[in-house]
Design a protein. Structure first.
Length: 319
C-alpha cells in the first residue's frame, strides 16, 4: 500500500507540471531562454522522429528521460556529433553506469553547441579603424547534466536529473540551473512488450539577460514503446511520443525500428509540429561485438527544404 501511495503522489506531481506547461503555452510562445536545450541528442532517437523517451535505456536517457538509466546493464558511453542549420554544429557526450540494486544507476553528460565565428556589423557610413578590420566574435552554449535512475518496483522506474546551463554571445553571458524528472511503467505480467513513460525537463529558475528575466523552456514528454515482434533473427518495435513545451505548440512523433540478426538496424520516423524539419526522418545502425558487451554505430538524417538537412553520427560502447 505504501508503494502504491508513493506512485500516486509522484504521478500526480507529474501531471501538475504537465498542466502548468500546457496552460503557459498560449501566453509565452517563443519567449523562453536557452533554446539550445531543445536540440535533440542520439542518432537513434532522431532517426525515429524524436520519439525516444519510453525506449531509451542507454546513457542518452539523461536527455530524454532519466528513468531510462535504470535499464542499463553495464557502463554505457555515447558520443554524438550533429551538423545543424547555418553552419551551426553540436556535440553530446554521455556516460552512465549501474551502481547496485539499492542505489540504481548514475550518469553524467555534456552538450556543447558551437554557433561559429561572426564578423561585427558596423553602421552604414562608419569608417573602420585599422584595428577594427576583420574583427570577429564567437557564440556558444553548453549544458552539464548529472542524473540518477532506479527500478523502484518490478514495473516502475523513476529518475532525476540536474543541469547547469551556460550561454555566451560575445562578452554577454548567462547561466542557470534546472532539473528533470521522469518515470516509465512496464508490467512484466500483462504488458511485457509495452512501456509507457512521462518526463518533464528544464524546470528551474528564470534566466537573467541584461536587466530582464526570462523563463526556462519547460518540456513535458509522453511516450509509448511497443516491441510487437521479437525473434532470434527479427526484431520490430514502434515508439510514439507527444511533446509539450511552455513556449510552443504540442509536437507529435512516431518511429519504427527493424533489427536483422541482432546486428543491422533500419529506422524510420515521422514528426509533426516541428517547423524547422520536414516530417520524415530516417537512419541506419550497426551493432558490433566489443569487449564484454558491444558497441553501436548510428546515423540519422533529418531533411529540411528551408534550412538545409541535418546529419547526426554516433558511436557508443558498452562495458
Amino acid at each position: 500500500m505504501r508503494k502504491i501511495s508513493v506512485l500516486v503522489i509522484i504521478f500526480t506531481l507529474l501531471l501538475l507540471v504537465s498542466a502548468q506547461a500546457r496552460m503557459a503555452t498560449q501566453f509565452n510562445l517563443g519567449t523562453t531562454a536557452f533554446q539550445f536545450v531543445k536540440l535533440p541528442v542520439s542518432a537513434r532517437a532522431t532517426a525515429l522522429g524524436n520519439a525516444y523517451s519510453a525506449l531509451c535505456e542507454d546513457s542518452t536517457a539523461l536527455f530524454w528521460n532519466p528513468a531510462g538509466l535504470a535499464g542499463l546493464k553495464g557502463i554505457d558511453v555515447q558520443l554524438m556529433y550533429s551538423s545543424y542549420f547555418i553552419d551551426t554544429g553540436y556535440q553530446y557526450l554521455s556516460v552512465a553506469m549501474p551502481v547496485n540494486d539499492r542505489i540504481g544507476a548514475i550518469g553524467v553528460a555534456v552538450k556543447y553547441v558551437d554557433y561559429g565565428t561572426f564578423e561585427y556589423a558596423y553602421p552604414t557610413g562608419y569608417t573602420l579603424q585599422p584595428d577594427e578590420a576583420g574583427d570577429t566574435f564567437t557564440a556558444y552554449d553548453y549544458q552539464l547534466t548529472i542524473g540518477w535512475g532506479k527500478q523502484l518496483t518490478d514495473s516502475f522506474r523513476f529518475g532525476l536529473g540536474f543541469n547547469y546551463l551556460y550561454e555566451q554571445l560575445e562578452e554577454w553571458k548567462a547561466d542557470s540551473y534546472s532539473f528533470d524528472l521522469g518515470f516509465t511503467y512496464q508490467n512484466p505480467d500483462f504488458m511485457e512488450n509495452i512501456r509507457i513513460s512521462f518526463s518533464a525537463g528544464n524546470m528551474g529558475s528564470n534566466v537573467k539577460y541584461y536587466e530582464e528575466r526570462w523563463e526556462m523552456p519547460v518540456i513535458a514528454r509522453y511516450g509509448l514503446f511497443w516491441n510487437f515482434l521479437k525473434s532470434q533473427n527479427h526484431d520490430f518495435l514502434t515508439v510514439l511520443e507527444f511533446v509539450q513545451y511552455n513556449d510552443a505548440a504540442i509536437k507529435s512523433s512516431i518511429g519504427l525500428e527493424y533489427t536483422l540478426n541482432q546486428r543491422f538496424v533500419m529506422r524510420l520516423g515521422y514528426q509533426g509540429g516541428y517547423d524547422a524539419y520536414d516530417n520524415i526522418s530516417g537512419g541506419l545502425g550497426l551493432k558490433l561485438p566489443f569487449g564484454a558487451k558491444g558497441m553501436n554505430l548510428d546515423l540519422s538524417f533529418n531533411p529540411s527544404q528551408t534550412l538545409g538537412s541535418v546529419f547526426r553520427a554516433q558511436v557508443g560502447m558498452q562495458f
